[in-house]
Unconditional design. Structure first.
Length: 365
């Protein structure tokens, strides 16, 4: 059905092409290219003014070219195009989430085991599709209920990140107050549940000379070192449920109160101000560091058992680093990222973070 629609659309376009003039008023032939033929030959270029489109498609192409000029114009002495439209990539992601809980001067620290995934991705211009496999399940026969998904849209001026994370695997208690003489321990704690999702938007002030895409998306090539002030807005929702009821008595006796379950359910709204810097190291190597501290407020919902239905001051931190190799045909990179959130209640302090390290290799065609 889809093929029939595309064929009909192409036929309609060809009829319109046949009706336009073939020569200039002086008699010089006008070369017109059929957009569908260019697409089939892999030479589709929305900036090619010699290609003829049906009226609606021409409108879409004009809007695209306007947006590309408005939002992607750069100083070419600092930033270069890759010159390729297709990109194939293999990526390995490794991540863990950690929790630090302080109530009545009793610290509890937890951190999950590292989760692994390996995936393949195919990108055409700004559109990407792919799939990642749970590597721990493949090599260790340990299926994971720990999921993480991310979406990104970026151009020279701004970037939008959306994300989703879920942990139903529990975690590992590493430190539990005075238990075991305050030593570090490793105790599996299944009664922890985390679900979070959110969206961030950033604006790059020095967008003519600084490319975040060159450092993290392989979409551009940074020619000269440059940095930029970054501002943004963030909104995220968190459900974190910790139930200490099933812990052995020799551990629960160190809890300062009789409360055993702590359920955080809140929205987090923040204003971010930070800085990113691309350091060009040789012809093809690039190092980036980006720090984005933020302030705002958290609104705990009425279903929470911790500061229910209250607003609290929020202070969070996002940071990332990358070291990439980038040329027109081949690219590779190592990336580190941390997203930390601090919750300060009336009687509790709670810090949660998700940290990841990724490795990518790929080719452009």
């Amino acid at each position: 059905m889809m093929l029939m629609l595309v064929s009909a659309f192409a036929a309609s376009a060809q009829e319109e092409i046949d009706t336009i003039p073939k020569v200039t008023p002086t008699g010089k032939p006008i070369e017109r290219k059929d957009w569908f033929e260019e697409l089939k030959k892999g030479r589709f270029d929305p900036k090619d003014t010699t290609v003829y489109y049906p009226k609606f498609m021409q409108f879409c192409v004009d809007v695209y070219n306007w947006a590309d000029y408005t939002f992607n114009s750069v100083d070419t002495t600092y930033i270069a195009s890759t010159g390729r439209r297709w990109k194939a990539e293999i990526r390995n992601d490794n991540w863990t989430d950690s929790y630090a809980f302080l109530f009545d001067k009793m610290p509890v620290r937890m951190m999950s085991d590292i989760k692994y995934s390996v995936g393949g991705y195919l990108t055409y211009m700004a559109v990407s599709a792919g799939y990642a496999f749970d590597f721990g399940n493949i090599i260790g026969n340990k299926p994971s209920n720990h999921k993480k998904m991310e979406f990104n849209f970026s151009c020279a001026r701004f970037s939008i990140d959306a994300y989703y994370s879920k942990n139903e695997d529990g975690t590992i208690i590493r430190h539990f107050g005075n238990y075991e003489g305050c030593d570090w321990i490793k105790y599996y704690f299944p009664n922890l549940y985390l679900k979070s999702y959110g969206i961030d938007g950033y604006y790059f002030f020095n967008n003519k000379k600084y490319s975040q895409g060159a450092a993290y998306k392989f979409s551009k090539i940074q020619r000269r070192s440059a940095g930029s002030l970054i501002v943004g807005l963030s909104a995220a929702h968190y459900n974190i449920d910790m139930d200490f009821t099933d812990l052995p008595q020799e551990m629960t006796i160190y809890l300062p109160t009789d409360q055993r379950r702590y359920f955080f359910n809140y929205w987090d709204y923040n204003f971010l101000v930070g800085y990113g810097y691309n350091a060009v190291m040789g012809k093809h190597w690039l190092f980036n560091v980006t720090a984005l501290p933020s302030i705002g407020f958290k609104h705990s919902r009425e279903t929470a058992t911790v500061d229910e239905n209250r607003d609290r001051f929020s202070m969070n931190l996002k940071g990332k680093m990358s070291f990439v190799y980038n040329n027109k045909d081949f690219f590779a990179g190592v990336f580190g990222k941390i997203d930390g959130r601090w919750f300060m209640g009336h009687e509790y302090q709670f810090f949660n973070s998700i940290a990841s390290v990724s490795v990518s290799v790929g080719v452009r065609v």
